[in-house]
Design a protein around this ligand. Sequence first.
Ligand SMILES: Cc1ncc(COP(=O)(O)O)c(C=O)c1O
Length: 404
Amino acid sequence: MAVPALAVAGGDALRKAPYPAWPTISGGDFERVRKVLETPGWGGSSPPVASFESLFAQYHDAAFGVAVSSGTMALELAMHALGIGKGDEVIVPAHSFIATATAVCRVGGVPVFVDIEADTYNIDPVRVAEGLSSATKAMIPVHFGGVMADMDRLGSVATDSGTVVIEDAAHAHGAEWFGTRAGGLGMIGTFSFQNSKAMTAGEGGIFITSDEGLAGKARSIADAGRLPDKGWFEHFEVGTNLRMTAMQAVLLGSQLERLQDQIRLRATNFGRFQRELEGVPGIDFQQAPPGATVQTRYIVPGRISESEFGTDRDRFVAAVQAEGVPVRPFYPHALYANPLFDRQPHRVLPCPVAEAGTRDSFWLPMNIFMGTRDDAADAARAMAKVHEAYKRSGSDKTNGSPAV
Ligand SMILES: Cc1ncc(COP(=O)(O)O)c(C=O)c1O
């Protein structure tokens, strides 16, 4: 049977229609923002911000929330609230967005990079234990792509070593570990509401905790060192201004109402995608540990085995993109390979899995799973088409070019 020519080699793209745009608004969003604009309270001390903070925190099984300007600031706030400072070590995964590590540097701490698990792409609890030292104060698991890190095993390491767990849940709004939501398992949870995130106000973030003392300290730091019931010009901490606006808070409240449906939609469509790819060798996707009972699929990482699939990750990405599916290569390097660490104190444990991921892994953005099941199946069909073409070119000995 003739193999259709790949779009990358001049054939027809399998998919011409774009995937659903993100972010989206609901019918009531303009009205919610308009109502805020008609009040004098647009800022961070307004009722909409307080109400979103408690709604979001409770939804994520925590008692208190402090809404801030970004996920990066939520992580830095966690460092300040815990009193992490000069020379204190914090264990972080070798792969994440840079803020997971630089939050530690920004308070004079030392990030300790450890490897991720090959199947979950999350921080490996065995490597976390190996990274402990007498200077370790905390660990920051990232629930990568919205699949929870193994909070039971990490929790045991933390308890045995007296280490605090800060969950970086920037990818994991609504994710669950045995029924408890992301951010509610560690001492502190932090989230991002940046433009691409599964809940967004363009920018924004939140710090959540069930520890009243930590919540009070974080709120004071984020609000110029003020204390509740004290004067506007009375300052009790070396604070700063991290406050979120009321316009952001009402948009996020609206998105929280839609979150569950969107998570379910992505789960259904991801299932359809996986079924369509059954039998295609050499391509594997992120696995969820048994405790990760709700996975949000904010991004879906996967890897290519060149020998089984028929081509390497870079050719795969280029060919699938040309078919109309917005797959992206994984991070170009592990976090510690960023130039800033040429001069910044840090420690690195061997990270062979993370290093391999820079060469063989890729990810799919969530909007592939936010249309119809057929939209999601198209992404799988494009991958199967690429495999067929390269498999044939391999057997025809055409020097690695796809069959056309
Ligand atoms: C894992 C992780 N942590 C933290 C952040 C920082 O969030 P923000 O962009 O809102 O500062 C991001 C954002 O990309 C992220 O992916």
